[in-house]
Design a protein around this ligand. Structure first.
Ligand code: GDD
Ligand code: MG
Length: 351
């Protein structure tokens, strides 16, 4: 089976973390985000992946190579100007040989591909949308269903008054080549605001399937942090290959954990390759990137520190994300919801 992944967005809601890296390759528990998504697909038989790139295309090759390491054949099709989600699919029309999986490139989910395909085939649909249930659908595409399993209505980013159900577009689709041909070529076009309403208007068979697996759109700082907390907390299966266990600490190659470093559960602490941790205190789930340093007396709670950053003596990090190559000075405090861009320097005792 083949999968097209939409990876051209600018990741504006994840700035400053996406200033240098596009969202689909930002590290999630020290691996490029797409590695998790592609790994899940690979285990279910997907062997060929095409990325529809736009923003910072060179980062994809650097992070994922030609896919061999992940067990898939990986290629990119690049848009010199953003074509939107629908235009990106139309641009890749030659990739659609039969039923093809299309995915948003920022969703961490376990997709039961067999069940998804079964629904698509049993309803003889031209397009099938994977749905998930959320408490607040206003940030997503709302999908109303007929009792038959066909889609009644698709409404992107509904206002609170327009919310009629809790099922939303999970950002995964099965498409027949015939629906891709309905998208106008060479222009910016949206799947959500263009193709899906158009299919309904033309009474083409569009089905839906509600997934019960783990699901998270990592598109905001809060959700990006949540992806880490959930992985370290066991909500989704973290690849543990190459990590040594020491109590609730997981150490990458060459990482060192000083005597006196302590962790208060629940959750786990990951040290990326070559990370150095002195007698610091951790609580909840913490992810330290490769070659990070944490000095004695620092206190880290539910946070992410990306590669090569340094957390000084007695500094405190709480529910925040520190970008790459940052310096958090001794005694400084970074509070909940904060994100430091790559290369940030916080002088001692900054708050
Ligand atoms: N190639 C390409 N070109 N990709 C694009 C473009 C483009 O012009 N615009 C966006 N993308 C990619 C993004 O990189 C992302 O992976 C995906 O398309 C979805 O874009 P987002 O900007 O993340 O959309 P959203 O999160 O607001 O909403 C979408 O996802 C929700 C689920 O997370 C919609 O599909 C909603 O209906 C859905 O509920
Ligand atoms: Mg998104």
């Amino acid at each position: 089976m083949r999968a097209l992944i939409l990876t051209g967005g600018l990741g504006t809601r994840l700035r400053p973390l996406t200033a240098n890296l596009p969202k689909p390759v930002l590290p999630v528990v020290n691996r490029p985000f797409l590695e998790h998504q592609i790994g899940d697909l690979r285990r279910q038989g997907v062997r060929e992946v095409l990325l529809a790139t736009g923003y910072k295309p060179e980062a994809f090759g650097r992070a994922l190579g030609d896919g061999r390491r992940l067990g898939v054949k990986l290629r990119c099709v690049h848009e010199t100007k953003p074509l939107g989600t629908g235009g990106a699919v139309r641009n890749a029309i030659d990739f659609f040989k039969g039923t093809t999986l299309v995915l948003n490139g920022d969703v961490l989910q376990h997709l039961d591909l067999g069940a998804f395909l079964k629904r698509h085939r049993s309803l003889k649909a031209e397009a099938t949308i994977c749905l998930t249930r959320v408490a607040d659908p206003t940030q997503f595409g709302l999908v109303e269903l007929e009792p038959s399993g066909l889609v009644r209505r698709f409404l992107e980013k509904p206002s609170p008054e327009e919310v009629t159900c809790d099922t939303i577009n999970a950002g995964a689709y099965l498409f027949e080549p015939s629906v891709v041909r309905l998208i106008p070529p060479g222009v910016a076009y949206s799947l959500e605001r263009g193709l899906f309403p158009e299919l309904l208007k033309r009474k083409r068979r569009m089905a839906a399937w509600v997934s019960r697996g783990y699901w998270l759109d990592i598109g905001t700082v809060e959700k990006y942090l949540q992806a880490h907390l959930d992985g370290l907390g066991g909500e989704w299966p973290l690849p543990l290959k190459g990590l040594r266990r020491r109590g609730s600490f997981l150490l990458g190659s060459g990482a060192t954990l000083g005597a006196g470093a302590a962790h208060e559960g629940p959750g786990r602490v990951v040290l990326g390759a070559g990370a150095k941790v002195a007698a610091a205190r951790f609580s909840g789930s913490v992810c330290l990137g490769p070659r990070t340093r944490v000095d004695a007396g620092a206190a880290l709670t539910d946070c992410v520190v990306l590669e090569r950053s340094h957390v000084g003596k007695d500094a405190r990090l709480e529910r925040c994300v520190v970008g790459r190559d940052c310096r958090v000075g001794a005694g400084a405090l970074v509070g909940p919801g904060r994100a430091l861009g790559d290369g940030s320097i916080l002088t001692a005792f900054s708050r």
